[in-house]
Design a protein. Structure first.
Length: 70
């Protein structure tokens, strides 16, 4: 359970860093947050392994009723 809160704290800290960076670069905060989040997830997956930093949890999986089943 502690690792869930640690992962959440890391992602929230990353969001704050993205907001401050976007403010100083005069770009959209949402755009900067998305770009930085994608880069951080790719970095974490490459360094620590696939699904290690909360990118493969059951809470983030969802299915669309009209999507084909794989």
């Amino acid at each position: 359970m502690e690792s869930i809160f640690f992962i959440a704290a890391l992602w929230l800290a990353l969001a704050v860093i993205a907001a401050v960076l976007a403010y100083h670069l005069d770009v959209s905060i949402a755009l900067e947050g998305i770009c930085l989040g994608i880069a951080a997830a790719a970095f974490a997956e490459r360094v620590f392994g696939k699904g290690r930093w909360g990118t493969n949890g059951n809470g983030r999986r969802f299915s669309v009723p009209w999507a084909p089943r794989c």
